[in-house]
Design a protein around this ligand. Structure first.
Ligand SMILES: Nc1ncnc2c1ncn2[C@@H]1O[C@H](COP(=O)(O)OP(=O)(O)O)[C@@H](O)[C@H]1O
Ligand SMILES: [Mg+2]
Length: 288
């Protein structure tokens, strides 16, 4: 098989009917290379809430600057897995990790007891189900993470705020009112602002936990478009309970069931020709 056919972005190039691929195209080659680089490797990861084992020996490679979706029935462990990536569980007593999540190229194990959870949270950004902007201005929300990191120079802050708002597809809507309260924005805009706030510090990985589940269909479509546009820019790991959403916007999909990873692979083949019967049953709506 022609190796280029396995390129995860392939189906999208075909889907939008763009010109035939030029195999000598350097940007295409660069994109392919980026797609095969690994940003984080989950190795034999188990997680316990006290005595309750919520994750069982997960193995998974997050591809650099691609969108990976986590799907599976409610309670299967999607959010639990996502939260391991920024050590959110450490905020609650009794939680325990086994195995590793190795960040590349640093080689640092994010869940190692000696890895500082604060360092992890500075490097791995997270956006939640419900938009949660700070009760400050639009500008201050996006600048907040930069200020925490000691950036005070106005020119640099302005530049990074603008860049993050552009990457979050919000700039055109807010550029004339950057100093207005963030809470004056619509729900969908607030969620894009939260994504901008996370992007501003250029995290290694951006985590999204059902980022559209509190939004109306139009705001959802805008967020989906935004996440798709992060392809090639940011490594994204996203939980969704909406299989169609996973199929529309992700390059790779991981299907989980009762704390285990059943199947992981490029999104389109996983949906059209899954390797596991369990995956087939789930995506055809036979259970879950
Ligand atoms: N803080 C917690 N303490 C104990 N058990 C939890 C906690 N959070 C989640 N769980 C349990 O862990 C399992 C996985 O939950 P979760 O990761 O939230 O699933 P999902 O996001 O796929 O719906 C479920 O059985 C859930 O009840
Ligand atoms: Mg969840």
């Amino acid at each position: 098989m022609n190796p280029t056919l396995t390129h995860p972005h392939e189906h999208k190039h075909e889907a939008n009917g763009s010109e035939p691929r030029n195999f000598a195209d350097e940007t295409y080659e660069a994109a392919m290379k980026a797609a095969t680089a690994v940003r984080a490797e989950v190795q034999d990861l188990s997680f316990y809430y006290g005595d309750m084992q919520a994750l069982k020996g997960i193995n998974l490679k997050l591809k650099d600057r691609c969108v990976t979706a986590l799907i599976g029935a409610s309670g299967c462990g999607k959010s639990t897995l996502l939260r391991c990536f920024n050590r959110m569980h450490d905020l609650y007593p009794g939680s325990r990790y086994e195995g590793s999540i190795v960040l590349q190229p640093d080689g640092k194990n994010l869940v190692h007891p000696k890895t500082d959870p604060l360092w992890v949270r500075l490097n791995v950004g997270m956006v939640f189900q419900k938009p949660n902007p700070f009760p400050k201005s639009i500008y201050e929300n996006v600048a907040s993470g930069l200020k925490i990191r000691g950036i005070t120079q106005k020119g640099l802050l302005d530049h990074q705020v603008e860049k993050a708002l552009k990457n979050a597809a919000l700039w055109e809507e807010v550029k004339e009112r950057l100093h207005k309260p963030a809470l004056s924005l619509s729900g969908g805009q607030q969620q894009r602002l939260c994504i901008a706030r996370a992007l501003a510090v250029e995290p290694s990985i951006l985590l999204l936990d059902e980022p559209t589940s509190a939004l109306d269909p139009i705001a959802t479509a805008r967020i989906e478009e935004l996440i798709r546009s992060l392809e090639g820019v940011m490594t994204v790991l996203m939980v969704t309970h909406n299989m169609q959403q996973a199929r529309r916007i992700s390059d790779f999909t991981a299907y989980m069931h009762m704390g285990e990873l059943v199947e992981f692979g490029a999104t389109e083949p996983l949906f059209t020709a899954p390797n596991e019967q369990q995956t087939a049953d789930y995506i055809q709506g036979r259970f879950g």
